[in-house]
Design a protein around this ligand. Sequence first.
Ligand code: SF4
Length: 73
Amino acid sequence: MEPLRLSVDRERCAGAGMCALTAPEVFDQDDEEGLVVLLHPAPPPQHRAAARMAAGLCPAGAIALNSPDPTDS
Ligand code: SF4
């Protein structure tokens, strides 16, 4: 199966919390500012669908999905 790598941009994050609601195993929010905290940069297979959905729902576009390029080491 394709590996999935995630990254988050806390500068863009608006603290809306959609990610933590949608994929609580993968995303959290910090207590002070409510900004996204990435718990799993490479989520296990059972959490990938939720992680992808969360990326699509993020109103700030702060979650990036990428699969590593196999030729890039
Ligand atoms: S859904 Fe987007 S804007 Fe909202 S907390 Fe998550 S990363 Fe931040």
